[in-house]
Write a protein that binds this ligand. Structure first.
Ligand code: ZN
Length: 389
C-alpha cells in the first residue's frame, strides 16, 4: 500500500456549532477576509451572527467578495485585487461562508492574493492559460458550507468558469485545502428542496465516483462507504422536510466525506460531462451529476463490477445474490431515486440539443474524466450523450 492523504487540519462538525466561529477564527489570525454567497445569509441574520462571534473573539473582518453564482474569472480577479489593496499579512485569513460557489471563490482568492505575479486566475487554471504554479503559500482558509453537496470545504481545488471563453476549469494545489472546515448542518435548513436534491445528488455522485475511480485510495474508500450509508436513506427526507435534523446532519456529513474522498481519489465520467454541461448548456453542477450518474454507472459496470457489488448493500439497503443482480439493482435504485427527487432522466429535459454534442465531447475531458475507471472514445462519448436526448 502506498498513498498520500490530504484533508483539512481541523474539522469541526455539529448542529449549531457555527457559534464557535469566533474562537476558531482567532486561531488563524486577527483579520477575516470574508467571502460569502447568496443574499439569504444577510437576510436571515446568519452573517450578522457570524460577525458578532468574530467581534467577540477580537477578530476584525472585511467583506472582500460575494458571489450569487458559480464563480467566473472576473469574480476571482476582482476579489483578489480587493485583497491585494488591503496589503494582506500573516494576521489575515479568508473566511468563506456559503455554498460551493462561495467557498470556491474564497479558496481561489486565498490562493492568489499572496502571489507576486499579477496575472489573473486564468493563467493558473488547468489547461487554460500559462499554467502558472502557486509560488507563495496561500492564505489560510476557514470554510463554512451552507449547502450539503460539493464538499469543497475539504478539497484542494476551486472550480472557476468563463462564460465568454467557454470553460469551466480548476485551480488546484495541495496547499489549497482549507485549514479549518466548520460544518454546521443547521445552516442547510433554509436550502430549498430543489437545491437540496441537486446538491445531495452531487455528494452521492462524488462518493460513488471517488470509490470507483482509477486513482481510488484506501482511506477515501472507507469514507465513501460511510458517506453512502448516511446519504442514501436521508436525501429524500432532507428534501421532503428541510427542518429534519437527522437528515440534514447525515447529508452534511456525507458531503464533507465526499469532498475528502474526491480530493484524494479523483472522480469520473459523470463529473467530466457535468463540467461540459455547465459551460455549454448552463446546467447547474449537481443537477448535471445526478442526470449523468445512472448512465456513468452503466458504462462502467463491467470494469467497475467488483466495486458496485461492494457498494450495492449501502446504496440499495440489501444484499444481492447472485452478484450480477447487484449491479443492475444499483443502477435502477439510482434511477428511482432521481425520479423521486424530480430529477429528469434525459438531458433534453435540461435544454441540451444534438447540435451541442460535438462541443460537449472535448469539453468533458478534464481532470474528472481522467479518474473514470475506463477510457471512452470520442465516438462512444458522443453516442452516450445522444442516447440521453
Ligand atoms: Zn461534484
Amino acid at each position: 500500500m502506498n498513498y498520500d492523504f490530504l484533508s483539512p487540519a481541523r474539522i469541526v462538525f455539529g448542529w449549531g456549532r457555527r457559534h464557535e466561529v469566533g474562537q476558531l477564527a482567532r486561531t488563524l489570525g486577527t483579520r477575516a477576509l470574508l467571502v460569502s454567497g447568496s443574499r439569504t445569509l444577510d437576510a436571515n441574520g446568519t452573517l450578522s451572527e457570524i460577525e458578532q462571534s468574530l467581534r467577540a473573539a477580537g477578530v476584525d473582518f472585511v467583506r472582500v467578495g460575494n458571489v450569487p453564482r458559480e464563480p467566473e474569472v472576473e469574480d476571482v480577479d476582482a476579489a483578489v485585487e480587493r485583497v491585494k489593496a488591503l496589503g494582506p499579512g500573516p494576521a489575515d485569513f479568508v473566511l468563506g461562508i456559503g455554498g460551493g460557489s462561495a467557498l470556491d471563490l474564497a479558496k481561489a482568492v486565498a490562493a492568489l492574493a499572496p502571489q507576486s505575479d499579477s496575472s489573473g486566475v486564468s493563467d493558473y487554471l488547468e489547461g487554460v492559460g500559462r499554467g502558472l504554479k502557486l509560488e507563495q503559500t496561500p492564505l489560510r482558509v476557514l470554510a463554512m458550507p451552507t449547502t450539503a453537496g460539493t464538499g469543497t470545504e475539504a478539497t484542494k481545488n476551486a472550480v472557476i468558469s468563463s462564460t465568454s471563453r467557454r470553460f469551466k476549469k480548476s485551480l488546484r494545489s495541495d496547499r489549497m485545502v482549507p485549514r479549518v472546515a466548520l460544518v454546521d448542518p443547521q445552516l442547510t435548513v433554509s436550502v430549498p428542496p430543489a437545491v437540496t436534491a441537486a446538491t445531495g445528488m452531487d455528494a452521492i455522485t462524488q462518493l460513488i465516483e471517488a470509490f470507483m475511480s482509477r486513482r481510488a485510495q484506501p482511506i477515501p474508500k472507507a469514507l465513501c462507504q460511510q458517506g453512502l450509508e448516511l446519504a442514501m436513506p436521508s436525501i429524500v427526507e432532507a428534501v421532503r422536510n428541510g427542518e429534519c435534523q437527522w437528515a440534514r446532519v447525515a447529508m452534511s456529513h456525507a458531503a464533507l466525506l465526499s469532498g475528502m474522498a474526491l480530493a484524494n481519489s479523483g472522480l469520473g465520467l459523470a463529473h467530466g460531462v457535468a463540467a461540459a454541461l455547465g459551460v455549454h448548456c448552463g446546467v447547474a453542477h449537481g443537477l448535471a451529476c445526478a442526470v449523468m450518474l445512472p448512465v456513468a454507472l452503466r458504462v462502467n459496470s463491467e470494469v467497475g463490477r467488483a466495486n458496485l457489488v461492494r457498494l450495492a448493500p449501502l446504496i440499495t439497503g440489501r444484499v444481492w445474490r447472485p452478484e450480477d443482480a447487484a449491479v443492475s439493482a444499483v443502477i435502477e435504485h439510482i434511477e428511482e431515486l432521481n425520479r423521486q427527487l424530480g430529477i429528469p432522466a434525459k438531458l433534453s429535459a435540461l435544454g441540451v440539443t444534438a447540435e451541442q454534442v460535438p462541443e460537449l465531447v472535448p469539453a468533458s475531458r478534464g481532470n474528472s474524466m481522467s479518474g473514470n475507471p475506463r477510457d471512452l472514445s470520442d465516438a462512444e462519448l458522443s453516442d452516450l450523450l445522444l442516447s440521453l436526448l
